[in-house]
Design a protein around this ligand. Sequence first.
Ligand SMILES: NC(=O)c1ccc[n+]([C@@H]2O[C@H](COP(=O)([O-])OP(=O)(O)OC[C@H]3O[C@@H](n4cnc5c(N)ncnc54)[C@H](O)[C@@H]3O)[C@@H](O)[C@H]2O)c1
Length: 265
Amino acid sequence: MAKLENKVALITGAAAGLGEGIATVYAKYGAKLCLVDISEEVEKTAERLRKEYNAEIITFVGDVSDKEQMKNAVAQTVEKFGEINILCCNAGICRLAPFEEMSDEILDLHINVNIKGVWYTCQAAIPYMLKNGGGSIVIASSVTGDMVADAGEAAYAMSKAALVGLTKCLAVEYADRNIRVNCTQLGYARTPMVEKMALESNPEDPESVIKDIARAVPMKRLAKPTEVGELFAFLGSDESSYITGSQFVIDGGSTLPETMSMGTK
Ligand SMILES: NC(=O)c1ccc[n+]([C@@H]2O[C@H](COP(=O)([O-])OP(=O)(O)OC[C@H]3O[C@@H](n4cnc5c(N)ncnc54)[C@H](O)[C@@H]3O)[C@@H](O)[C@H]2O)c1
């Protein structure tokens, strides 16, 4: 039996980037899916996965920072599939700016999408998970904020570190009611978000930024979205049944080196 067969999963930010990678792996392992995104492109992702994996998928076009919309997304999932077992809180945004120039608008966007978006999605799904007798929540945090950061990422880093705290609290609060909550801490994957950040970092030569990221990673490359999807699938599945409140770094070793020059290599 495929590891996610008979599981119903809702994935946010599933139109592109990592969310699309997570959705692809979930479809491969037989999950029934509700793909949520603010972009209508999410239907194209769903159509591809229906064709490739014969997957049962509904889509919901909505904004994770809108509480009512997330309630609707979860309600429609349960109406279609009867329950919800896994929540992948992946949708997120990143805008770079020097700290002293960072506008309240940018700050609020990170709080609304990256923090409140996860909060509302979890609040909408947990009552149904409790009715089902449990579930698994996987939250996309980052190495940024909790472990490392680059200049200009103050709002993003703060929002991603906040998700580690939310993970810990929800994990302990629901552990005896069989809802597990874990977070992933990714280094870099090449997605539309990272391509945009590279452009903001060096408008003349964004490709050099991507190359420099890869050069600094011990594995010498960025992650593929489906590699991140495999981690989300493990954490969503019963294979991780005794894991809760944990942080999973997936970064090709990028946070390991102490320097770029010291040592025998
Ligand atoms: N790509 C990386 O290297 C990286 C590293 C660490 C963490 N992350 C995290 O992984 C998640 C996905 O990142 P990505 O690189 O795939 O981003 P991306 O920008 O490439 O894709 C994000 C998707 O989320 C959707 N989205 C954006 N705002 C939304 C909203 N308010 N409501 C619903 N959908 C919304 C977008 O339309 C898009 O389809 C984010 O939470 C990000 O912080 C990414």
